[in-house]
Design a binder for this molecule. Structure first.
Ligand code: FES
Length: 113
């Protein structure tokens, strides 16, 4: 291994931690991922796909309420941490993406499955 570059890719840069206020959400588009909604919730950072699973709505233009993101179109909602649908008419989960922090950088990686 001597002399080899062992730098490991730990994720794709999304934005800075300071770009998202507490209980806020930001839409971020990066190569290799669908448009993402990136959240700050309870001091932690989370990412889900931005597209509502019920229709053609951008979840990042909705609002956060009790740990859920409420869709602006029909007011269905999803659990931000798990992507599970919470309120009707949403019935299909949305994808969630693992986040890692590197100093002030928020990095995203592919889901484990
Ligand atoms: S498009 Fe999101 S609840 Fe209908």
């Amino acid at each position: 291994m001597d002399g080899m570059d062992v730098t490991k890719e730990t994720g794709t840069f999304l934005c800075k931690t300071g770009d998202i206020p507490e209980s806020g959400v930001l839409r971020v588009v990066v190569a290799g991922y669908p448009p993402l909604a990136v959240y700050k919730l309870d001091g932690g950072f989370y990412a889900t796909e931005d597209l509502c699973s019920h229709g053609n709505a951008s979840l990042s233009t909705g609002f956060i309420e009790s740990g859920t993101i409420v869709c602006p179109l029909h007011f269905g909602s999803f659990d931000i941490k798990t992507g599970e649908p919470v309120d009707a008419p949403c019935s299909r989960e949305i994808e969630t993406y693992p986040i890692t922090l590197r100093d002030d950088d928020i990095l995203v990686s592919k889901p484990d499955r």
